[in-house]
Design a protein around this ligand. Structure first.
Ligand code: HEC
Length: 129
């Protein structure tokens, strides 16, 4: 009788553990898609209003000069407007887009939205607008 009781208790205990495990693993999780907060597609990205502020807040600490790259207001456009930094054939290969990739290892990284803005600005012809 005692042995049976022991087995029964252990079986019940195991069943309890399993149900706790399964109940815990069955919660609803809302997966938020990572959709960058971009302006509507028919609106052009403005270098001065949208791109320069990214450089000013995240890059100018090091890039008034490093590697000859000057991202300060008034100088950034001329500094990056060449094939070194902007690949107009394959925008996603542009160094100014790739180097601070959100998942990259540069000392400063774009947020996902900033990265998408920079890419779209290049795709739209990297204008000084
Ligand atoms: C903490 C300092 C620091 C900050 C902040 C920084 N960088 Fe840099 N960056 C460097 C250094 C150092 C190099 C050169 C070494 C290398 O290529 O990684 C460099 C190189 C680069 C290059 C390649 C230059 C070339 O001609 O090879 C690009 C493009 C660049 N940075 C873009 C940016 C952008 C855009 C930002 C802002 C989002 C930024 N960096 C912020 C330090 C910094």
């Amino acid at each position: 009788m005692d042995i049976k009781n022991g087995i029964l208790k252990r079986t019940l205990f195991c069943a309890l553990c399993f149900s706790v495990f399964f109940i815990n693993s069955c919660e609803w999780v809302t997966i938020e898609p990572i959709v960058p907060d971009l302006p509507p597609p028919d609106e052009e990205i403005s270098f001065s209003a949208e791109i320069q502020p990214i450089f000013t807040s995240k890059c100018v600490g090091c890039h008034p000069s490093i590697k000859g790259l000057d991202l300060t207001d008034g100088n950034a456009y001329n500094s990056i407007n060449n094939e070194n930094y902007i690949n107009s054939t394959t925008p996603s290969e542009s160094l100014i887009y790739k180097k601070p990739d959100p998942n990259g290892n540069h000392s400063a990284k774009y947020s996902i939205t900033e990265s998408a803005l920079v890419l779209r600005w290049i795709e739209e012809g990297s204008q000084n607008n």
